[in-house]
Design a protein around this ligand. Structure first.
Ligand SMILES: [Zn+2]
Length: 416
């Protein structure tokens, strides 16, 4: 990294770059809170340690200009040109995480997935808080999704940034489709599944009295479920929003699902209550109003990490776009209601836990999903008996298997 001043501008520009990918209001909220915090004020000039600390101000400024140029070319859909300029920037400064992240995007857009992964990884290792690059590296290392248009998306006016983002996404979808041989057609069918292990990193979620952390249970359940789906339903494409113990902003989780045109989004969680006797399994879907005070409480808990994410950036969404999306998502929420009912039935029966039923509330992690999305509360870590169960690997396998069975049956029901 050239210098702190440049870096601050980079980060601000990075938010613009994310907008070009249709991810603004999605990933950028974390930038001011997570990345800019702790940096010296803008008038100080402190070179980072590392090899690039020797960069002269002139070189740093040149790298900055090239990166900006590359980012603008990316936004315009001129991927080859972007690639050329960004390679030049990387030649001058090989340890610039921002340049590395942009290179990843440019390579992905030009169909060089393997090289893209390398640069996304480099970006993430240079800047551990570059969650976007890490996510891209993780996701691309998994099996790519089959192509195909987003089903039934209503026509709506696009801003120039959105149009550029759509272009980049379509290009990526086409490329992914080629990798798979052929697209899988259109219409609503469950082919692509996104599994979302709730919480992670500094956000532990609920913690039990024996010290069991919800984030660890959620990850084990999602990984187990993914492995079972891969074995039992090889025609489903399964993606995870995280594969290790790190923090992913709530809005980034659905952004990933949207980007991969997933057909269903399943978020794994564990419940907690002040009432230590509370136990059992319940399933949620998204609604503007909570279905009960208890549902409201659960949503408030699951949304709590939002205080670390600057949600003001979502104000970028204009009134009309917001209005159209509200209309569109009603369909997803209706389908999610049915999916949640089905999952709840399967889980309660297989796990032989008290059936606490299906509820709905405004879960931030589900709100922006362009697909039916459900949130599973697989048990109470606040209940000593269930905490023991949730800590047990055999029991975790049982939950994972139940969720996998539910998804497979849902997918079967979705096929026509
Ligand atoms: Zn949770």
């Amino acid at each position: 990294m050239a210098d702190v001043l440049t870096r601050r501008v980079f980060l601000r520009r990075m938010a613009t770059g994310l907008a070009a990918q249709g991810l603004l209001g999605v990933l950028s909220p974390m930038l001011p809170a997570q990345t800019l915090a702790g940096l010296p004020p803008p008038d100080t000039f402190v070179p980072d340690s590392g090899t690039n600390a020797t960069l002269t101000p002139e070189t740093a400024s040149r790298v900055f200009d090239l990166a900006m140029q590359g980012q603008n070319l990316l936004a315009e859909g001129r991927y080859e040109d972007a690639l050329r300029v960004l390679r030049q920037a990387a030649g001058l400064s090989s340890e610039d995480d921002f340049v590395q992240g942009l290179l990843g995007r440019a390579l992905l857009a030009t169909g060089e997935q393997k090289a893209a992964i390398v640069h996304f990884r480099t970006a993430a290792s240079l800047n551990p808080e570059d969650t976007y690059s890490r996510m891209m590296a993780d996701m691309l290392s998994q099996r790519p999704a089959a192509g195909g248009a987003v089903a039934n998306a209503p026509a709506k006016p696009l801003t120039p940034l959105e149009a550029a983002a759509r272009q980049e996404e379509e290009r990526m979808a086409r490329w992914l489709a080629e990798q798979q041989g052929a697209g899988t057609g259109t219409g609503y069918r469950i082919r692509r599944v996104v599994l979302d292990p709730g919480h992670g990193g500094f956000d532990s979620g609920a913690v039990g009295s024996y010290g069991l952390k919800e984030k660890d249970v959620n990850l084990a359940l999602a990984l187990g479920c993914a492995a079972m789906l891969e074995r039992q339903a090889p025609d489903l494409r399964v993606f995870l929003t995280r594969t290790e113990d790190y923090y992913v902003p709530l809005s980034a989780r659905t952004a990933v699902a949207n980007q991969y045109s997933a057909d269903i989004f399943i978020s794994f969680h564990c419940n907690a209550s002040e009432n230590r006797d509370a136990r059992g399994v319940e399933t949620y879907f998204c609604s503007e109003r909570a279905s009960s005070n208890e549902a409201q409480r659960v949503a408030r808990f699951e949304n709590a990490v939002l205080r670390y994410e600057d949600t003001a950036a979502s104000a970028e969404v204009t009134g009309i776009e917001e209005l159209l999306f509200r209309y569109e998502r009603r369909r997803y929420w209706q389908a999610a209601d049915a999916a949640a009912g089905f999952m709840q039935q399967v889980l309660a029966a297989r796990l032989q836990l008290p059936d606490r039923g299906v509820h709905s509330a405004d879960f931030y992690v589900l709100r922006k999903a362009r697909m039916p999305s459900v949130l599973l509360e697989t048990g109470f870590v606040s209940n000593m008996q269930e905490e023991r169960l949730l800590a047990d690997s055999g029991y975790r396998q049982r939950i994972a298997a139940s969720v996998a069975a539910g998804i497979i049956r849902l997918a079967g029901a979705g096929r026509s």
